[in-house]
Design a protein around this ligand. Structure first.
Ligand code: FAQ
Length: 316
């Protein structure tokens, strides 16, 4: 077969693929897809799954110190949900031919990224409220769009995950409301948590559009339906009134409602801080990876037992 023929066949397939995307078709695992589409999805989905796994750590830190049995049960359920989200997304990534064990190794050896937000410490119980409110709130804004993305298994995983994220957000905002209406000390504690998590939550949406190398391609292929800046703006617009409702101040003197655009303008984000954290130099990066490695090593016997059980089962 001549090289020209192969190239023109590939070109034809790509054209058909782009046409399917344009007409709003959903791409399924066995459908033809460009190698670059597959690679981009594996990158994004594995980073997302890693984020869920690492994201268990900041809150896991507070399970033993929850202030009541009710709060402990809720937090425990939330952290377990995050493990479940990670599993869903790793499974969805496997439909693209990626192997979960290999993807996880990339997290453990530091070659894969995960969300910057989980590299900050949780210093007080109030952080549990603010993480639910801001971090899960930001995740909902980002993931309700991904639930409509062009790759079927990822989109379907997002539908269920978003439902659970809504519960996470509500439990967080309930903690926030309780502390904001509590004693002076509790109010100070929740305001301090808001001040420490606000800017970092805005960074979750990724760099500004002009510095986002992946966005154009991902938007063309309808993996991303809105840009980083558009989603960040939506999060700000939703969150400002929620802060006002519980009499808390967001730590940005430049926050101002623009009557003309109907959006809240916000101040400058410290992108140097963001890139520093992404490169592994945030306050908790080393500790997070250390904890994940330790958990993985401690779980070796479970994986070995599962493999032995499965082999025995197959032998009948
Ligand atoms: N942190 O070109 P772009 C959650 C990297 S889940 C670290 O704009 P893209 C649930 C990016 O990977 C939170 N790195 O990239 C929960 C790229 O590097 P690469 C996770 C970041 O893909 C709640 C480079 O910068 N959610 O919170 C970040 O078009 C509570 C250039 O960026 C997802 O992963 C960042 N924040 O857009 C759990 C959602 N932002 O890979 C526990 C799916 C960017 O080329 C408790 N992912 N980078 O080397 C996405 O929507 C997108 O991948 C973005 C980034 C928007 C994150």
């Amino acid at each position: 077969m001549s090289e020209d023929f192969i190239i023109s066949e590939e070109g034809k397939k790509l054209e058909e693929f782009e046409q399917r995307i344009k007409s709003g078709d959903i791409i399924e695992p066995k459908d033809w897809m460009p190698e670059r589409y597959r690679k981009q999805l594996i990158r994004m989905m594995s980073q997302h799954a890693h984020s869920e796994y690492v994201g268990m750590l900041p809150e896991g830190n507070w399970i033993t110190r929850a202030p009541s049995l009710r709060r402990k049960m809720i937090l425990l359920a939330k952290v377990q949900d995050e493990a479940g989200h990670g599993l869903y997304i790793y499974s969805a990534a496997e439909t693209l031919g990626a192997e979960r064990g290999e993807l996880y190794q990339q997290l453990l050896n530091g070659t894969a990224k995960y969300s910057s937000i989980f590299n900050y410490p949780t210093l007080s119980w109030a952080d549990m409220g603010v993480i639910g409110w801001f971090v899960d709130g930001a995740a909902i804004v980002n993931q309700t769009m991904l639930a409509k993305c062009s790759y079927g298994p990822y989109a379907r995983a997002m539908v269920r995950i978003c439902k659970e994220e809504n519960f996470h957000k509500k439990q967080g905002y309930e903690i926030v409301g309780t502390l904001a209406n509590g004693t002076l000390r509790q109010k100070e504690m929740i305001q301090d948590a808001v001040n420490r998590w606000w800017w970092q939550s805005l960074m979750m949406f990724g760099p500004p559009d002009k510095d986002s190398p992946n966005s154009a391609e991902l938007m063309r292929w309808k993996v991303k339906l809105k840009s980083n800046d558009e989603l960040r703006q939506r999060f700000v617009d939703l969150t400002v009134p929620q802060a006002e409702a519980v009499n808390l101040t967001l730590p940005d003197p430049d926050l101002k409602f623009d009557e003309k655009t109907g959006h809240w303008d916000y101040g400058k984000i410290n992108w140097d801080e963001f890139w520093n954290v992404v490169k592994g130099n945030g306050p908790m990066n080393k500790e997070r990876i250390r904890a994940r490695r330790e958990a993985h090593e401690n779980g070796t016997w479970v994986r070995e037992a599962a493999i032995a059980y499965s082999a025995k089962h197959k032998r009948g």
